[in-house]
Write a protein that binds this ligand. Sequence first.
Ligand code: SF4
Length: 213
Amino acid sequence: MKKTVVAGKGLYLVQGTVRWGIYDLEFETIVIIDRVGGQFLAAFLESGMSPGEKKQFLRDNCDPLWKKLCDLGVAERVFALDDAVMTISKGLDLIWVELTERCNQKCIHCYAESEPNRSITMSYDLVSQVIKEASELRFSKIQLTGGEPFLHPKIWEIINLACASVFDEVEIYTNLTLVDELGLMRLKKLEVKLATSLLGFDSESHDKCTQIP
Ligand code: SF4
């Protein structure tokens, strides 16, 4: 199951489909780290050691990781847990939910390495729980993404639930190949925003990127 760990003042360690990201809300940056580094850091942050002990342990035993965190400018703040609680209480801006790692395309540049044979998809119950918790944390915007979100078997229930929640804005990041005219009318009525990518200046150059005609 994917997870998010509060890593410090305005810092969240978020598990993505392939890699992990350190979301720095204070400086509005996202740092991507590989799967092994993310898993280690998450387990480490969740250990019972005090912030001082964690820093000392990293300095003494995990010099490359400590140096990397220092180079990224997040080393000291990674352990300021009390301040992180204050950051949550102020409300947050955007929550980005990867509903599935599957996609009907297989773009050469895809950050999630999505393609038709991938299988992991969030259950409706889990998505509902995330939407509920995001509402309670006063996120103002939610983006539903993937993979291709319209491959989720309960995508319309999820859209309806998000639109009925307290978000100011619901956006779907989609390649738009699975949305017909009726679907577009429904989305317009719900005032859902759509984000998509045009990957070339004609169909041939576009299809070279998606690897699907
Ligand atoms: S359409 Fe998006 S999710 Fe699908 S393969 Fe391309 S970049 Fe990845």
